[in-house]
Design a binder for this molecule. Structure first.
Ligand SMILES: O=C(O)CCC(=O)C(=O)O
Length: 308
């Protein structure tokens, strides 16, 4: 279901952010059910034109902006600044393509601000304000992924990821704990060894859930899903997803939120949806808690760290 908060390419933003926003579903409508709090999947958050525009701007950015990931395969860019060794953001101005057309930062913030009664009742409204000060761009070729990881305490536990160019499947992982039983450990020894080596804390070998993330969608991870779970992307050339257990591939926990007639048909008729991966670019919008301001080190949230 398109969110239709899109801005006009000519800079006429008069239709967005207006009272018409109230006609669109609020965040709660997009909650992925049966997951720890909280994941929200919003299909078609931007238009195809906006997707092409953003991809072009990212591709046109100066070559030194790209950094190779340690594995030497996927690559990334930081916009808004980089983090110091002490987890302080060294801020830089955002480029126009993030702040004017299609004004994606403002659009995400406006969408998150539109909480509903249920989220207010569960007090999630207080966590759904995202003062974006950094955007992490990841580019994956088919067959590339990212190991299970936490984004960590340097950032507010609420991140929004926009996908461009291709779908992927994001895996959600949880730590094994002595007090709670884990899902069956039927993954190969190699897989189990890999996730354990990466974190230092044992991680359940089988992901807790999988999310099918389509181009132009926005995925929001918050609360305990951010603070005490991990996320990663398996290195695959093709994904096979189903809407329920008992079929080939993985079950997409967000199957009912995909808003894509072609996928819905395939899941109904073939029980699975199968698609080769293309080049995917993701933009993760987040808020670093500590920012270097005007040469003074200050802490934006609690004020605990100040060097004036
Ligand atoms: O590409 C994505 O959707 C996830 C990116 C991510 O987890 C990261 O860069 O930390």
């Amino acid at each position: 279901m398109p969110v239709a908060l899109h801005n006009e390419p000519d800079g006429d933003h008069s239709r967005s952010g207006s009272s018409s926003d109230h006609n669109f579903p609020t965040l709660e409508h997009f909650r992925v059910k049966h997951l720890p709090p909280a994941a929200y999947y919003i299909p078609d958050f931007i238009t195809q034109d906006e997707e092409e525009f953003l991809l072009r701007k990212i591709a046109d950015s100066p070559q030194p902006k790209w950094k190779s990931v340690a594995s030497g395969r996927s690559r990334l860019q930081y916009w808004g600044g980089t983090m110091s060794k002490n987890s302080v953001l060294l801020p830089e101005p955002f480029p126009d393509f993030l702040t004017t057309y299609p004004d994606i930062i403002e659009r995400i913030q406006r969408f998150l601000d539109r909480t509903d009664e249920r989220s207010e009742a569960t007090n999630e409204s207080s966590t759904s304000v995202l003062a974006v000060n950094q955007v992490l761009v990841n580019e994956y070729q088919p067959g590339q992924g990212i190991s299970p990881h936490e984004d960590g305490p340097a950032f507010q536990p609420l991140v929004a990821t926009l996908s461009l160019g291709s779908h992927t499947v994001l895996d959600l992982h949880h730590y094994l704990s002595a007090s709670s039983p884990s899902p069956p450990m039927t993954a190969s020894e190699a897989q189990a060894d890999q996730v354990e080596r990466l974190s230092g804390r044992p991680i359940a070998a089988i992901p807790l859930a999988h999310l099918l993330v389509m181009p132009r969608s926005l995925l929001i991870l918050s609360s305990t899903l951010y603070t005490s779970h991990l996320h990663g992307i398996s290195e695959r050339f093709e994904d096979i997803v189903s809407a329920a257990p008992g079929h080939e591939g993985v079950v997409a926990a967000n199957a009912d939120l995909l808003g894509d007639a072609g996928i819905a048909d395939s899941l109904r008729n073939n029980k699975v949806w199968r698609q080769a991966r293309g080049t995917r670019t993701s933009l993760t919008f987040r808020h670093a808690n500590r920012t270097l301001k005007g040469g003074l080190l200050s802490m934006t949230a609690t004020g605990a760290l100040r060097r004036h």
